[in-house]
Write a protein that binds this ligand. Structure first.
Ligand code: 13P
Length: 257
């Protein structure tokens, strides 16, 4: 973390878990045990149907709410889709884009992710752009090249003043939901490489202001060590964000002075 230059952001990604009727109870439990977030911004990203309940329930806790996807078109005949304007209208502030599960199961491409990033920024949402290598790519030694390509594609056409509002989440695919975390050193190395890519594109001042998260089996036990890396400015947390005690402990780790 480097709190002097950028925000620390702890974000939960509920994925396709948690019913709308369970949101209020979760927020109440979290409220009872959660430390006041002094140093970090806390976010819960939830399925579309949970969002109205989440915006309402997390307001008192000063937790921002995010979506897990959006459609890149402003409006129109796109049956089943949800636009950035709809999310903003609900009071949603963040949106996860290009998660590896969307790339893998729903054919999202780098170009598509880029279109969504542009639309989200235009609407005033903060995109959390996910990048990450597969185990095969790591073993082939092409992790950094792959990630540089994902970052450059996602940011194509994004002006410098808007890049400061983008959060990048480094999520190695092999660490997601597997219980296998990247070591703090592995994660720190890739996050620092991501910052170098941003520096190449936008210069040092912009690069040092961008929040870069780590995601992939982050939990209450490993959070402090990961967050101690200078280029890891937060976490994107799946499984552990569904359990109030675990999520609260991760927020506490990010709040440490
Ligand atoms: P887990 O924390 O369950 O590994 O999920 C990580 C993730 O995909 C967050 O977006």
């Amino acid at each position: 973390m480097n709190r002097k230059y950028r925000k620390t952001v702890i974000a939960g990604n509920w994925k396709m878990n948690m019913l709308p009727s369970q949101v209020k109870g979760f927020a109440e439990e979290l409220k009872n045990i959660s430390p006041k977030a002094k140093w970090c911004e806390t976010v819960i990203c939830a399925p579309y149907v949970d969002l109205p309940a989440a915006v309402k329930a997390f307001k008192d806790l000063r937790i921002s709410v995010g979506a897990e996807n959006l459609n890149e078109n402003p409006k129109g005949a796109f049956t089943g889709e949800v636009s950035s304007a709809m999310l903003c209208d609900l009071g949603v502030k963040y949106v996860i884009l290009g998660h590896s599960e969307r790339r893998q199961y729903y054919g999202e491409t780098d170009a598509g992710v880029n279109r969504k990033v542009l639309v989200a920024l235009e609407a005033g949402l903060t995109p959390i752009v996910c990048v990450g290598e597969s185990l095969e790519q790591r073993e082939m030694g092409i992790t950094l090249e792959h990630i540089a390509l994902q970052v450059k594609s996602a940011l194509y056409g994004v002006p410098a003043e808007k890049v400061r509002r983008v959060v990048i989440a480094y999520e190695p695919i092999w660490a997601i939901g597997t219980g296998k975390t990247a070591t703090a050193q592995q994660a720190g190395e890739v996050c620092s490489a991501i910052r170098n890519v941003i520096r190449e594109l936008y210069g040092a001042r912009v690069a040092r202001s961008v929040t870069i998260q780590y995601g992939g089996s982050m939990n209450e036990k490993n959070a402090a060590e990961l967050l101690a890396q200078p280029d890891i400015d937060g976490g994107l947390i799946g499984g552990a964000s569904l359990v109030p005690e675990k999520f609260a402990a991760i927020i506490a780790a990010a709040n440490q002075e």
